[in-house]
Write a new protein. Sequence first.
Length: 544
Amino acid sequence: MQPNQTTFAAAAAAMFVCVAIGCGGKDGAGTSDPPAEDPSVNLAEIVDIDEMIKSQAIPESVDLVSLGPQVRTFCGDCHAYPEPDTFARESWPAEVAQGYKFYEESGRGDLYAPPRNEVIAYYMQQAPERLRLTKVSQQSEPPKIAFSPIDTSDENGSSSMTRGVSHLNLLSLDKSGEGGKNRDLFACDMMTGDVLRFDTKRLSAPTATVVNLIAPAHSEAADLDADGLMDLIVADLGAAVPMDGLVGRVVWVRQRAANEFEPIVLQEKIGRVADVRAADFDGDGDLDLVVAEFGWRRVGRILMLTNEGFEDGAPQFSLSVVDERHGAIHVPAVDLNGDDKMDFVALISQEHETIVAFLNQGDGKFSQQIIFVSDNPAYGSSGMQLADMDSDGDLDVLYSNGDSFDSYELKPYHGIQWLENDGRFPYQLHRVADMPGVHRALAGDLDGDGDMDIAAASMLPANTLRELEPGMVDSVIWLEQIDGGQFARRAVQADRCNYASLELADLDHDGDLDIVTGSFRKTASESMPFLNVWLNSPSKSGGE
């Protein structure tokens, strides 16, 4: 059985999608002619929950002892077995019904499928009435610093527009990067298709629209044509809504002259693309591209675009498939094992819920080592960052799971993890904080004491938020590392939960890191600025 999720991370993500269990395989992913239409289903057409219960089509109880092994075998064949407490009781009829639909459509017939309604009863009998959250307590000891919001409303009224900021990145596009000087904030807006450039000294409105695409999800800087001018490499989902259509693109936004850009499509007619990173993977002196083709349910892979040389000053690429799994969100490139070959690390969501190190063996081959894999196929992976969290000289993984756009339930198992690199695979898991809906978490020395702290932002469905008591969930937090991997939680903002993107930057040029998030929607009751900024300053209660 195969759960299908979408994330905004990296995001790579898309807004309205149901998670379901069901064994179905990928049905054509990786073939020359995968499905081009959205295969989503109307759950109301699959199962009328109230009617089934009323007519006793769903048994009031089943023999868990005899049925349990059958369910575990069937539902755990393709991935980890989903435990009954993964969803609330009322969610299970739709989850199981859609799972059976996936199995039927897969063409597989090698598994014994227990009666669907008995499986529904199996899960409902054991599931909690609702998934319960406990209000998280904040650290009582006052911090040395505080984060204060500043007004970034645009005077021309554009703040009232519906926005979908999927990614924020502080980049320098000066000649050859200029060593990171003169960096601006770049924002991908999935709703308008714009990739926007902001001067960090004035964040109320963009200084320029760099390029207009379809649904840009992620941007990175790289001098792809080796002309001394930094370019942008953009992952274009091609559709902001979940689908298996071949709408994704890899777009090179070439800088022809200072601040003059030309979009060039390097790869198209693939599944929705969530991330692209540039590195010299084959060691020949030019930049190749690793691509996270998120796709959706039946389409999606990890691809390598190998630079085969230049023609008329432009690089030419050949495509190869590195991994056949759909749901890749992030693929940061790094020499992870110090052998002078570029590796990459992939966060693969959907039913896989795993982080994998792809170690470069040369000749275009990569060996795989599992850094982390969840035993919950609906864990809701939303993002990761490579960072040295314990200051021991190697790269760990900061990992968030907070995708709530499946059943629209608040998940008590959503949160932030530090995966410690201790020289072995898998990495050692440390649970840092619970945070329903967390979509982005980034590490940085926020309080200036020499160790890595964490800032995180969350995004929850609007209908879910309306049902909560004020102050029940945090939308932005920072986690102060206080002692050898222990973190104190500090709330920055509660209840808004409207952020799929976050960046840390010294926005006021005072030597410390501030927090900026991008709004993903406009609520019916209020307008939201495109960017939301909290400046880092000494705390009046505990600061110096």
